[in-house]
Design a protein around this ligand. Structure first.
Ligand code: PLP
Length: 447
C-alpha cells in the first residue's frame, strides 16, 4: 500500500499558525503531497512521524555524506557539549579542523569558518573585490551560490526573459533585492569555454573573480565539459582574477581533495559546506595564502558570533576523519553504487516507456525526465535543461517514489552516502519499480 501522511498533514496545518508559510526554508514547501515531518534517521534510513520508512537519497540536501545520526558524530558532539557549547573565542579544536582541511585539499593553505555556505560565498566575493580592486563577479547561468542577494543572480532565469545565448540576463528570482546588485555580475552560460573566453574579453580588467559549481549539481548535475575548468584557470591567471570553486556540494563528497582532486584543478578560493559539517551548521572558506591576503592584513571584515562553534567543530573533525578513513577506494565505491542506482532506474523506466534519463557522476545525480519529443543525449547547460526536462512529470514520479519509501530531493537530485550499501540500492530499486509502474499508470500531462 502506498504511504499516507496524516500526521505530517496535521503538523503542517498546525505550523501555519506559528511558522511563516509553515516551513523554515522556502524550498521545503515543494515536497508533495505535504512537507514531511521526521521522527528519526539512521544511516541511509529515515522514518517520518507517520511511521513511514524511507531509503533516503535527499540526505539533508546532500549534507549527510555519512548518513543520518552517525553514532561517532553524536558522541563527539555530546562530549563537546559537556565542555562548552559556545565560546566565541579560540580553541585547539578549530586548529585541528583547519589542519585537516589543509591536509586534504591542496589549495587550502588557509581557512576561515562560518555557519553556512551562503555566508562564505559573501566573504569570498568581498575578498575577491578587495584583492583585485574590481567590481564584477562572473558567474554561470543556473549555478546556485546561496540565497543572499549576491548568490542568486542568474540562478533561475525564466526562459521568456533569459536573453540571447551570448548575453544571459542578470535576473534575480527574489523580490526585495537591491537592484544595483545585478550590475555587479556578468552571467555566462556553463560548458561553453569559447563563449566564456569572449565574455571575459568583453569585460577585461573589470572582473574580480569567476565563481562556479565545478559540477553544476543544482541544475541537472552537469559535469564540466573538456576544457571548461582549464579555461577558467587560464583566464584567471591571465587577467589576475580569482578562481572561486563553490564546493558546497562536491566538497569531500568527491573525495578528500574534493572536485579539485576529482577533476584535477586548483582554485584560489574554495567554498566548503554541507559534508564538512555532516549536518551541523558549519562551512568554510579555504584559499591560497595569496588569495586570503586581505583577511591577513585586516582590510576586509569577516566575522560571526557563532563562527568556529565548538559543537560544529567537533562534528566536522569527526566527519573529516571519516573521509580520511575511507581510504583510496573512496569515492569510487560510493560512485559505483550511485551509478548502479542510475542504471537501474533508467532500466525500470524503459520497461514502462517512461523517459527517465538519470545524469551525473553517480556520487550525486539528477533524475532528468525528458519532455515528449525532446532530443536524447546528455544535457549540457541550464537552457538545455529547462528546454528538455519535464519538471511536472518528474514531480509526479517523485511523489510516487515518496509514497513507496524512496526519497530524493524535490527538484530531482539524488545523493549517495557512505552508509548506503548494495542491499540498500537493491531495495531502492524494488520500491522504485512499484513507483514507476504507478507513475506510468497515473500520469496525465496538463492539457
Ligand atoms: C553550490 C552551493 N553553494 C552555496 C550554497 C548555500 O549553502 P547554505 O544553504 O549552507 O547557505 C548551496 C546550498 O545548497 C549550494 O548548493
Amino acid at each position: 500500500m502506498p504511504y499516507t501522511f496524516a500526521k505530517s498533514q496535521e503538523l503542517f496545518q498546525r505550523a501555519q499558525n506559528s511558522i511563516a508559510a509553515g516551513v523554515n526554508s522556502g524550498i521545503r514547501k515543494m515536497e508533495a503531497p505535504v512537507p514531511l515531518y521526521f521522527a528519526r534517521g539512521s544511516g541511509p534510513n529515515l522514518w517520518d512521524v507517520d511511521g513511514n520508512h524511507y531509503l533516503d537519497f535527499q540526505l539533508g540536501q546532500g549534507a549527510l555524506l555519512y548518513g543520518h545520526a552517525p553514532a561517532g558524530m553524536a558522541e563527539a558532539i555530546g562530549a563537546q557539549a559537556k565542555l562548552g557549547t559556545h565560546w566565541a573565542a579560540q580553541s585547539e579544536l578549530e586548529i585541528e579542523v583547519a589542519e585537516r582541511v589543509q591536509s586534504m585539499l591542496p589549495s587550502a593553505e588557509l581557512v576561515r569558518f562560518n555557519n553556512s555556505a551562503t555566508e562564505v560565498v559573501l566573504a569570498a566575493f568581498r575578498l575577491a573585490r578587495a584583492h583585485t580592486g574590481r567590481k564584477l563577479i562572473l558567474k554561470f547561468e543556473g549555478h546556485y551560490h546561496g540565497w543572499a542577494d549576491e548568490g542568486l543572480v542568474g540562478f533561475a532565469n525564466p526562459p521568456a526573459a533569459w536573453g540571447d545565448d551570448e548575453s544571459p540576463a542578470r535576473l534575480h528570482p527574489s523580490k526585495g533585492v537591491i537592484p544595483e546588485v545585478l550590475d555587479q555580475f556578468v552571467v555566462v552560460r556553463w560548458n561553453d569555454p569559447a563563449h566564456l573566453r569572449r565574455k571575459v574579453d568583453e569585460y577585461r580588467g573589470q572582473i574580480a573573480a569567476i565563481v562556479f559549481e565545478p559540477v553544476l549539481c543544482n541544475t541537472c548535475c552537469l559535469e564540466p565539459v573538456a576544457g571548461q575548468l582549464a579555461t577558467i584557470r587560464e583566464l584567471c591567471d591571465r587577467d589576475g582574477m580569482l578562481m572561486i570553486s563553490d564546493e558546497t556540494i562536491t566538497g569531500f563528497r568527491f573525495g578528500a581533495a574534493s572536485a579539485q582532486g576529482f577533476y584535477g584543478f586548483r582554485a584560489d578560493l574554495t567554498i566548503l559546506g554541507k559534508a564538512i559539517g555532516g549536518g551541523t551548521p558549519f562551512a568554510a572558506l579555504a584559499g591560497t595564502r595569496a588569495a586570503m591576503a586581505k583577511i591577513l592584513s585586516g582590510e576586509i571584515v569577516h566575522a560571526g558570533t557563532l563562527n568556529a562553534n565548538p559543537l560544529c567543530l567537533a562534528a566536522s573533525k569527526w566527519c573529516l576523519d571519516q573521509v580520511r578513513a575511507q581510504g583510496p577506494e573512496f569515492p569510487a565505491a560510493t560512485q559505483a553504487l550511485g551509478q548502479r542506482l542510475m542504471t537501474g532506474l533508467a532500466a525500470l523506466a524503459r520497461e514502462h516507456d517512461v523517459a527517465l534519463r538519470p545524469q551525473g557522476p553517480g556520487l550525486i545525480f539528477h533524475a532528468v525526465m525528458l519532455k515528449p519529443g525532446a532530443g536524447e543525449g546528455l544535457i549540457r547547460d541550464y537552457r538545455d535543461y529547462v528546454q528538455r526536462h519535464d519538471a511536472p512529470r518528474w514531480a509526479h514520479l517523485r511523489r510516487c517514489l515518496l509514497e513507496e519509501g524512496v526519497r530524493a530531493i524535490e527538484r530531482g537530485i539524488w545523493s549517495i552516502s557512505t552508509t548506503h550499501t548494495e542491499a540498500d540500492v537493491t531495495e531502492a530499486l524494488v520500491r522504485s519499480r512499484r513507483a514507476i509502474a504507478r507513475h506510468a499508470a497515473g500520469w496525465k500531462p496538463a492539457t
